[in-house]
Design a protein around this ligand. Sequence first.
Ligand code: SF4
Length: 211
Amino acid sequence: MDFAEAQKEALSCRKCGPLCQARTKVVFGEGPLNAALFVVGEAPGFNEDREGVPFRGASGMLLDRLLRSVGLGRESVYLTTLVKCKTPEGRPPKPAEINACRPYLLAQLAAVDPRVIVAMGDLASRSLTGRKEAVSRIRGRAIPLDGRYVFPTLSLQRALYTPADRALLVSDFARLPELLSVERPTTYETLNVPRAPGMAAEREPLQPSLW
Ligand code: SF4
C-alpha cells in the first residue's frame, strides 16, 4: 500500500469497532514527505480528534516547545500516532488495534523515509523498536533499525504532569540535532529476531560514539 492509498483508506477505516465509535475524525498524520524527523505518539486525544491533526492542545504545545528548543519547527517534522483514531476514554490502544493500524504507519514510514524516528511513550517505543523494556529504561538512546535510528523517549502526557519527566524529555530532545546530522546506520540488525533459549540477553545496540 502506498502513502496515498493508506491515507485514503485510513480516513474511512472501520477496522477497530470501539475506536470508530469513539472518534470524531481520523487523525492520519501531517508533515512533509521528505522530513528527516518522524515523531510517533500513541493515539489521538480529545483535541486531535476534534481537529483531525496530531499533537494539539497542551501536548502539542509542549512538543512545539521541545522542537523549537533544538531549532526545529513543527512544519519540518512528520507527526503521527500508532493508531489513527481516538480511543474510548483515552485508554491506551490495544495490541490488536495497533496491529490493525500498522499498515498505515508503515506506509507513512516508507514514504517519508526519515533518518530518525522519535517514539514517544511505552507503546510507541515497544512497537517501533520491538523491545520489551519500559521506555524509561531505554529512553534517549539511538537504536539502529532498518537504516535509521529509532529514538525512544517519554510520552508528552507523562511529561506534562511530572516536571522531572519533562526535564528528561528536554535532555532527550537536546540530542536530536547531533543524531540528525550523522550518517544513517549501516547495520540492518533487527531487534525482533527471536533469540534461542539460553542465549545471553541482547546487548544494547548503542552508538557509543554518538553520546
Ligand atoms: S485505529 Fe487505525 S485501523 Fe483502527 S479504525 Fe482507526 S484507522 Fe482503522
